[in-house]
Design a protein around this ligand. Structure first.
Ligand SMILES: [Zn+2]
Length: 180
């Protein structure tokens, strides 16, 4: 009797692909393809920004990336080049730009899994919520007649540090009121 290989269902297959993180080589390839499709110049600076940004592994601002470039970059680029390259990486689907009131925050994107973030409106920090929790909550979220390409959710509120600081301030104010 012939043994038939077990075929994964298309849905599962899709999920497995999304779960698979892009390797750096694959990210480089995607950048090359994107620049070729847009007839852009494939400058070494752009690849170097991709390499250094990819080292961060978290959310960063242009200023933080500038410091990273100074420490780990093979050559230095201007702030404008850094910003433009990060915009390019976002367009190519290799990075995410977080809409914050203070400064633009970026994060490299190596998979298409749902992601959730908490933003503190007092100190303006952004933190990624553990993907397990986010995935569970978001995987069944669908919008009628809309093809969702990326699930990013932002929750606004107060971080732990700011909550503690506010409680301390309140206590201090109460004491001073009693004194007067
Ligand atoms: Zn805060």
């Amino acid at each position: 009797m012939d043994k038939k290989p077990i075929q994964p269902t298309p849905e599962r297959n899709k999920d497995a692909l999304a779960r698979q993180s892009l390797t750096f080589a694959a990210m480089r390839d995607r950048l090359t393809q994107y620049m070729e499709s847009k007839a852009m110049r494939k400058t070494p600076e752009r690849y170097e920004v991709l390499r250094v940004a990819n080292m961060s592994g978290s959310i960063f601002t242009i200023d933080e990336l500038m410091t990273q470039m100074q420490q780990h970059g093979e050559f230095q680029v201007s702030r404008a080049t850094l910003f433009n390259t990060m915009e390019l990486l976002c367009e190519a689907g290799l990075a995410i730009k977080h809409p914050l009131a203070t400064a633009a925050h970026f994060e490299m994107q190596t998979d298409s899994l749902p992601k959730a973030y908490v933003i503190c409106h007092q100190c303006n920090t952004i933190t990624r919520v553990s993907t397990g929790t986010a995935r569970l909550a978001l995987q069944n979220l669908h919008v009628r007649y809309f093809s969702i390409e990326q699930k990013l959710v932002y929750m606004h509120g107060l971080c732990r540090k700011c909550q503690a600081r506010n409680r301390q301030e309140a206590r201090k104010n109460k004491k001073e009121k009693k004194k007067s």
